[in-house]
Design a protein around this ligand. Structure first.
Ligand SMILES: Cc1cc2nc3c(=O)[nH]c(=O)nc-3n(C[C@H](O)[C@H](O)[C@H](O)COP(=O)(O)OP(=O)(O)OC[C@H]3O[C@@H](n4cnc5c(N)ncnc54)[C@H](O)[C@@H]3O)c2cc1C
Length: 460
């Protein structure tokens, strides 16, 4: 050990890196962490947290509208984007300081610098300083895909810039159909922008349950968002202050901003991975085993850079498990099944487990329970909206293998449904649970009629 400056060098102070550094240090390791931008990483600085603050802001518009039916007279509300952005930035700075203080408290040495791997035990900083480490953890996260090289690509913003626009765009075109595109479409629409979502596939949110995708699409349309599927953006022309977006069918849309949210790539470029022999997986992320170990035995990788399940809690869990495994004497593989997830669209979406299509493919017998209903709050508000809930049940074991919710607080609900599903709750357990009345969630324990039942015959 004497020939190493530190036991562990972590590259990237985001969700995964900070957790790994803190826990490893707590086990007694000497730890350094390098961060080239801001401590906290994507989630805190330009991901989950600032996004959720914008989501809250956007939802007030519906609250003001709905209040009238409940007897309130709300003066014509006005919205000031610079106030929201300044307040959001203040909160992000507070969180960044809290993350930095945590690292200090746990005796992790923070280097505000870019770090690359020179050899299996040497890290080089952009200042030229070299650090020798027994173990290296790569936690460099991901980056928005810039998009294909089309004319006018230089006018396109990503989610990174969307958080810092000087003013709210009156009209915005968003290309993409994943959760980030959908969430930003709902944020901008809620704040008053005219939004067109352009997606090359058949329907938004590929990979989610088909009923959920259809339900959310129709709800988004109901809130004034134009969704154009089956097309791509082929060019963007700047005409004065306006951007004219050309689509693959040759139609054009004039807007003030064009944003692409067409996927994220693992941050692997220029890190020195190839020369040291760290292999990449086919999807472009760093290939790792169940303990997050790469093809080089003393180099590990966690979080989005491994492109497994790109979510903050997963990066945190992987970072923690790495530290438990390497420094805590507790080999801890991470279970990537049963990951509950939310899309903070309007209305919100909460999901755990299999989609109907996956359940049909994987199980011999599947029972499907569905419910679509008007939430009580919408009645007096006069809002035309519906909640949607769906349970997928293994027809042989009676276990609930999938739960899909579209409606208010779906993210909050799915966190708890996630516990039950992970514990192996059966449909009979759901049915035996007393309802909480009057709530939307009670629907989850009162769905009795099978919407459909699939079964494979023994011959299949
Ligand atoms: C708009 C948006 C919304 C999101 N919303 C959600 C959500 O609601 N819920 C959820 O669970 N997830 C969400 N995510 C995903 C989530 O942010 C990521 O999964 C999570 O941040 C991954 O953590 P990480 O530690 O792998 O990487 P990151 O948090 O990205 O951290 C990597 C860090 O490494 C630094 N770095 C990179 N290269 C170097 C280098 N060579 N030297 C030094 N430092 C380096 C980067 O600057 C960065 O700070 C969202 C992401 C985006 C973009």
């Amino acid at each position: 050990m004497a020939d190493h400056d530190v036991d562990l060098f972590v590259i990237g102070a985001g969700s995964g890196g900070v957790r790994a550094a803190r826990i490893a240090s707590n086990y007694g390791a000497r730890v350094m962490i390098a961060e080239e931008f801001r401590v906290g990483g994507t989630c805190v600085i330009r991901g989950c947290v600032p996004k959720k603050l914008l989501v809250y802001a956007a939802r007030f518009s519906h609250e003001f509208e709905d209040a009238a039916g409940y007897g309130w007279t709300v003066p014509e509300p006005t919205f000031h984007w610079p106030t929201l952005i300044a307040n959001k930035d203040r909160e992000i700075a507070r969180l960044e300081a809290a993350y930095t203080a945590t690292l200090e408290r746990f005796n992790v040495k923070l280097l505000k610098d870019r770090a690359v791997i020179e050899d299996a035990h040497t890290i080089r900083l952009s200042t030229g300083v070299r650090v020798r480490a027994e173990t290296i953890l790569v936690a460099t996260g991901g980056w928005p895909h810039p998009g294909p090289k089309i004319p006018g690509l230089e006018h396109v913003i990503s989610s990174n810039e969307a958080f810092h626009l000087p003013e709210l765009p009156k009209r915005i075109v968003i290309q993409g159909g994943g959760y980030i595109a959908v969430e930003f479409a709902c944020i901008f629409a809620g704040l008053g922008s005219e939004v067109t979502l352009v997606y090359r596939g058949e329907n938004i949110l590929r990979g989610f349950d088909d009923d959920v995708r259809e339900h959310l699409r129709s709800e988004m349309r109901g809130r004034g968002i134009t969704i154009t599927c089956g097309h791509t953006v082929t060019a963007i022309d700047k005409a004065g202050d306006e951007l004219v977006t050309r689509l693959s069918d040759d139609s054009t849309i004039t807007a003030d901003k064009v944003m692409f949210a067409i996927g994220r790539h693992p941050n692997v470029t220029g890190l020195g991975l190839e020369q040291v022999g760290v292999k990449l997986a086919e999807h472009g992320g760093i290939a790792v085993d169940e303990y997050s170990r790469t093809s080089v035995p003393n180099i590990y990788a966690v979080g989005d850079v491994t492109h497994r399940v790109n979510l903050t809690p997963v990066a945190i869990r992987e970072g923690h498990a790495f530290a438990d495994t390497v420094y805590g004497g507790k080999p801890t593989p991470v279970d990537h099944t049963h990951v509950p997830t939310a899309v903070f669209s309007e209305p919100e979406l909460g999901v755990i487990g299999l989609t109907e299509a996956q359940a049909r493919e994987q199980l011999a017998k599947v029972d499907v329970y569905k419910s679509s209903f008007r939430p009580m709050k919408a009645t007096l508000a006069g809002r035309d909206t519906r909640c949607f809930m769906k349970l997928l049940v293994d027809g042989i074991t009676d276990r609930v293998v999938g739960c899909h919710i579209v409606g208010p607080d779906a993210g909050e609900l799915i966190q708890l449904v996630g516990v039950a599903v992970r514990m192996g709750a059966t449909k009979a357990d759901f049915d035996a649970t007393m309802a909480v009345h009057p709530t939307a969630a009670e629907e989850l324990v009162t769905m009795r009629e099978k919407a459909i039942s699939y079964g494979r015959s023994a011959a299949e």
